[in-house]
Write a protein that binds this ligand. Structure first.
Ligand code: NAD
Ligand code: UFG
Length: 343
């Protein structure tokens, strides 16, 4: 298939492009580089031996998107482009709604005008809010998101569902076809050490913070709370290797070929892992020490949050293959080979 990957220079987008190429798909990457580097493209070429056509464009720029869709036919768009920092979204909600919701509306409009109504959308486990049950299944009700970032994702899921329903009501012979992928906690990096996560400034998320402590850029990790009702008192999450996540998108592509409608899948391992387990595993597999202090809980954090990913196995034939050890090994391999990211 010929695929447009928005946000293709980003963390998950770049890994997905590698897997799409390995599976024999044609790929064009589109990104405005607001949170990524053009250098990613050269790294993808080194891994795959293929150069990826790149369009530097903003999804809010209708004219630019018109040019992209006029120049070739895309069978599907895998849509990663968006802003993703939870804390920043609280401080700059307008920017998040305008970029994520506004940008996606422009993208969807240009797509439908050009007869491309297949989309795989990057959603997040955050849409469940405080989930009805753990492990979380896709039939759990969506909850109240604690931040604008999560709300943009939840709104976009609803928008895609409404578009599909309207097509059916209107008897559209080619209705929208959307796969909504709710990611749990993506970490890790490509085993080559050539692509990985490169957050600007001080990282908000656990793994990039740990790798920056390990490389000496940050002094110590702050563990947010050790008094949760979890086996060791620290927060439990469902960490998933980014290469597994990327492969989930390749499997989801097949679903867009085989059926129409809106399908939702959790992409996680189904295994909860605590902050302390991550620290200990990182130290063990990499032979480095991670100094840490226990701080108070971070407001808004839940004690535990992990997926039931069995629907993705049943319907997509996908399951995560890599464990915490590989995630810690590959995150460190990326960080130590690229201490300043793509700089
Ligand atoms: P990322 O920031 O590395 O990648 C997103 C890319 O989109 C960046 O390269 C950025 O430059 C680009 N972009 C942003 N706004 C754009 C615009 N208006 N036009 C064109 N390009 C634009 O983030 P990521 O971790 O790779 O996440 C990819 C997607 O997955 C995002 O939509 C994110 O919300 C979602 N997601 C990420 C996580 C996570 O923990 N990483 C979890 C759940 C969902
Ligand atoms: N943590 C620390 N210290 C840190 C950072 C995190 O102890 O410096 C802890 C947190 O308290 C939590 C765990 O590590 O228990 C994971 O925290 P992250 O910030 O890495 O991830 P979250 O689960 O809080 O959030 C992630 C993404 C969000 C997304 C959410 C649900 O960052 O964008 O998963 O998908 F919305």
């Amino acid at each position: 298939m010929n695929i447009l990957v928005t946000g293709g220079a980003g963390f998950i987008g770049s890994h997905t492009i590698v897997e799409l190429i390995a599976a024999g798909h044609g790929v064009t990457a589109l990104d405005n580089l607001c949170n990524s580097s053009r250098k990613v493209l050269g790294r993808i070429e080194r891994i795959t031996g293929r150069s990826v056509p790149f369009r530097e464009a903003d999804i809010r720029d209708r004219e630019a998107l018109e040019k992209v869709f006029s120049s070739e036919h895309f069978d599907c768009c895998i849509h990663f482009a968006g802003l993703k920092a939870v804390g920043e979204s609280v401080k700059k909600p307008w920017e998040y709604y305008e970029n994520n919701v506004g940008g996606t509306l422009v993208l969807l409009d240009v797509m439908r005008r050009h007869g491309c109504k297949n989309i795989i959308f990057s959603s997040t486990a955050t849409v469940y809010g405080e989930p009805e049950k753990i492990p979380v299944t896709e039939d759990c009700r969506k909850g109240i998101c604690a931040h604008p970032y999560g709300r943009t994702k939840s709104m976009l899921e609803d928008i895609l569902s409404d578009l599909y329903r309207a097509d059916i009501e209107n008897g559209d012979p080619r209705p929208w076809n959307a796969v909504l992928l709710r990611y749990f906690n993506p970490i890790g990096a490509h085993p080559s050490g050539l692509i990985g996560e490169a957050p600007g400034g001080i990282p908000n998320n656990l793994m990039p913070y740990i790798t920056q402590v390990a490389v000496g850029k940050l002094e110590k990790l702050h563990v947010f709370g050790n008094d949760y009702d979890t086996p060791d008192g620290t927060g439990v999450r469902d960490y998933i290797h980014v290469v597994d996540l990327a492969k989930g998108h390749v499997k989801a592509l097949r679903a867009t070929e085989e059926r129409s409608g809106v399908s939702v899948y959790n992409l996680g391992t189904g295994r909860g892992c605590s902050v302390m387990e991550i620290i200990k595993t990182f130290e063990k597999v990499n032979g480095v020490s991670i100094p840490y202090v226990i701080d108070p809980r971070r407001p808004g954090d839940l004690a535990e949050y992990y997926s039931d990913p069995s629907k993705a196995l049943r319907e997509l034939g996908w399951r995560a293959e890599l464990g915490i050890e590989e995630m810690c090994r590959d995150s460190w391999n990326w960080q130590k080979n690229n201490p300043d990211g793509y700089e």
